[in-house]
Write a protein that binds this ligand. Structure first.
Ligand code: URA
Length: 213
């Protein structure tokens, strides 16, 4: 494990006025910490057991998640589920959440196109992520992509050099750095797609094998 004491998380592990994820989710329903709540259908909070030892952090809900009110239920979620299965990591063992809890999009005709959350939106929403981690006290957090990594470890942590590594910042659960599954969906070349998929599965396998408390 790489000791990364110089990395400052964008979040602090918050002491929220809630002692369970259900209570925290209820509080988050009224969140106006940034403007994204104005256009989203609803908040998409994390889901999974309060006893989950592994927390998977994505970027933000997509179109399907915004409508369903659940994280990772669209195309990226289905791909994530298949890769978790191939890695021997049961989604039921994990708590799945996002760095940003409201869908940010640009309307294009009848479609809503994903728009990347900016640093300010990620930092404001990191309050909820910190509170989730504080309640869950996981043994490992998996950063799926650059936005999750930014939320967890701040601007100094870079995806490409750290990818596949487990970082151990001070006062923070260890963070396994990997790509976001939607990166795989965007690769056109089939051989490259398979190569990257295999690398993603092997990253997730490290989470599956991570020592228990
Ligand atoms: N992408 C994410 O980062 N999170 C989701 O919940 C869905 C797609």
């Amino acid at each position: 494990m790489n000791i990364a004491a110089n990395l400052g998380p964008a979040l602090t592990l918050e002491v929220a006025d809630a002692d369970s994820i259900a209570k925290l989710r209820h509080q988050a329903e009224g969140c106006t910490r940034c403007d994204l709540y104005k256009n989203a259908t609803q908040i998409v909070f994390g889901e999974g057991s309060d006893k989950a030892e592994i927390v998977l952090v994505g970027e933000q809900p997509g179109d399907r998640e915004d409508i369903a009110g659940r994280p990772f239920v669209g195309p990226a979620g289905r791909l994530l589920d298949h890769c978790l299965e191939d890695a021997g990591l049961d989604r039921e063992r994990c708590y799945v959440t996002n760095a940003v809890k409201h869908f940010k999009f640009t309307p294009r005709g009848k479609r809503r196109l994903h728009a990347k959350p900016n640093a300010g939106e990620i930092r404001r929403c990191a309050w909820w992520l910190g509170a989730e981690l504080n309640i869950l006290q996981p043994k490992l957090v998996v950063a799926l992509g650059a936005s999750a990594l930014y939320a967890l470890l701040g601007p100094k942590a870079k995806l490409t050099p750290e990818r596949g590594h487990i970082l151990q910042p001070r006062n923070h659960p260890p963070v396994l750095v990997t790509i976001h599954p939607s990166f795989l969906l965007r690769i056109r070349d089939e051989e490259e797609k398979q190569r990257q998929r295999q690398a993603f599965v092997s990253d997730l396998h490290k989470a599956a094998e991570f020592p228990s408390r």
